[in-house]
Write a protein that binds this ligand. Structure first.
Ligand code: GLU
Length: 486
């Protein structure tokens, strides 16, 4: 594969959503450009006006930016071969389509919608795949001119050679040859003057100097037609890399009905963005070594197209969650804090707590960020709880032992000056008391934890909770428990 002066492009249609399959294409496209010191270009393919969705371009920008997939040229930042929005390039496509007609590789087609519907219905009734019957392919020139002059609506179709074969090369699949007889005279320019994707992608990839086209393999079957277009224009064919689909299981594509096909779904579910990117990189690509945890920079280093798979990737939600957990554990305290804070703040508004201890307690115990609000909901207000909470089989604690433990630890805590109320100092003091009592740690720590949180599941144990809540709140919660238990 040629690796010099690479220019790749991500060419999404603004649908309002970013399917993770598309994001994965963007990721591979970005990686291949960056790996070889090339340029990554963003082009918005919005020629299908029927599918226009308000704000959809922002979804694309925001997603790519959030993922760190920054483009070198694109609609918002410009570049030498703009505009980068297809709907702003209309004149170009008409011009090239007409050029192709002149060169004999395309033709005007005046077939009405009604005729086409009838044709397709007949073909389907005969068990054939609907295709154009080339009715207008050999219209005499004068006839075409007359119809055009009369303002008859038309489309421009590609004139596919009737015999012979077309071969193209894909970096992954090798050489692929198809009989031209299997290719239809596809529409290049629609009746509304808009180009089809099939035409616009070729013209724009050429005019934008794209050297490597990375896209989903649903385009593999159309690629011979694109090759014929490149040949007709005498343009250099780009390097193709078609990547496999992402499947829910052996028989189903990962679709929006599954509720987790879009990037936004995962963010909403509490996934950490670099972890999402890491996981989707692995869908259809296998690193050489054992390690599967990669930052974007590491992916750029590690990525090799020989690791791309030629069979569909199966989306594995369990693995994705595990990778997210690994990511949340491995990032720095500050990074985790930044990611966790909005979630903490959903249930905990208090400013006077020891946030760093809370963050440290949460970090090793969080797989999804959305688990956090429930874990911090006891901080602002002690929930109502039952003395049952003080039973623990393993530690042999009961409400009675809890009362003794809390009565023992209360004066110890009261003796710690406010300014010394740190995790370390608390640890020192409480463990000294545990030793003095000659009991198991949990005999004291479990009742502490229950008294401080009113919950069975907490981020951190009794000492961490005390450090988080601060002296006066901790003492008052323990006194409350003593009262309850007395
Ligand atoms: N606009 C096309 C899509 O969103 C782009 C396909 C391509 O990368 O060429 O599927």
């Amino acid at each position: 594969m040629k690796t010099e002066n690479i220019r790749t492009r991500f060419a999404p249609s603004p649908t309002g959503f970013m399917h993770i399959g598309n994001l994965r294409t963007a990721l591979y496209t970005y990686i291949i450009a960056k790996k070889y010191g090339g340029k990554f270009i963003l082009r918005i393919e919005d020629t299908d006006q029927g599918r226009f969705v308000e704000g959809a371009t922002d979804v694309i920008y925001n997603t790519l930016r959030a993922c760190g997939l920054n483009w070198d040229e694109g609609p918002d930042i410009g570049g030498p071969v703009g505009p980068y929005i297809q709907s702003e390039r209309m004149g170009i496509f008409k011009e090239y389509a007409e050029k192709l007609v002149e060169m004999g590789h395309a033709y005007y087609c005046f077939c009405t919608k009604e005729r086409m519907e009838q044709l397709h219905a007949e073909q389907q009734a005969q068990g054939m795949t609907p295709a154009y019957d080339r009715h207008c392919r050999d219209l005499p020139k004068e006839e075409t001119e007359k119809l055009l002059a009369a303002g008859t609506p038309y489309v421009i179709r590609q004139k596919i050679p009737l015999d012979g074969t077309t071969t193209f090369h894909d970096e992954l699949y090798g050489d692929i040859t198809v009989p031209n007889a299997d290719l239809d005279d596809q529409i290049l320019l629609k009746a509304d003057g808009m180009p089809t994707y099939n035409f616009a992608n070729v013209v724009d990839d050429h005019l934008m100097g794209i050297t490597h086209v990375i896209r989903g393999n649903e385009y593999l079957s159309s690629t011979p037609k694109y090759n014929l277009l490149y040949e007709a224009f005498g343009w250099e064919v780009p390097t193709y890399i078609h990547v496999e689909r992402i499947m829910r299981d052996a028989n189903h594509k990962l679709s929006k009905r599954d509720g987790d096909a879009y990037f936004g779904d995962f963010v909403e579910k509490g996934y950490y963005i670099p972890a999402i990117l890491n996981y989707i990189a692995l869908l259809g690509w296998a690193p050489k070594g054992e390690n599967e945890i990669f930052t974007l920079d590491e992916l750029i280093k590690e990525f090799d197209i020989s690791g791309l798979s030629k069979s569909p990737a199966i989306f594995d939600p369990v693995k994705m969650k595990a990778i997210n957990g690994e990511w949340l554990r491995k990032i720095s305290h500050e990074e985790f804090k930044a990611a966790a804070l909005p979630y903490i703040r959903q249930t905990c508004k208090r400013e006077d707590i020891n946030m760093d201890v809370l963050v440290n307690a949460l970090q090793p115990r969080t797989e999804l960020l959305t688990e956090i609000p429930e874990k911090t909901d006891f901080i602002d207000e002690l929930p109502e709880y039952d003395t049952e909470l003080f039973f623990n089989k393993k530690m042999k604690t009961t409400p009675e032992t809890a009362l003794s433990a809390l009565n023992a630890v209360l004066p110890v805590l009261e003796d710690i000056p406010e300014s010394d109320w740190t995790e370390e100092k608390l640890h020192e003091a409480v463990f000294a008391e545990i030793e003095r009592l000659g009991v198991k740690n949990g005999w004291v720590l479990l009742p502490m934890r229950a008294a401080l949180s009113g919950k069975a599941l907490t981020p951190g144990g009794g000492i961490e909770l005390a450090a988080i809540l601060g002296k006066s709140d901790s003492i008052s919660r323990i006194k409350k428990a003593v009262e309850k238990l007395s």
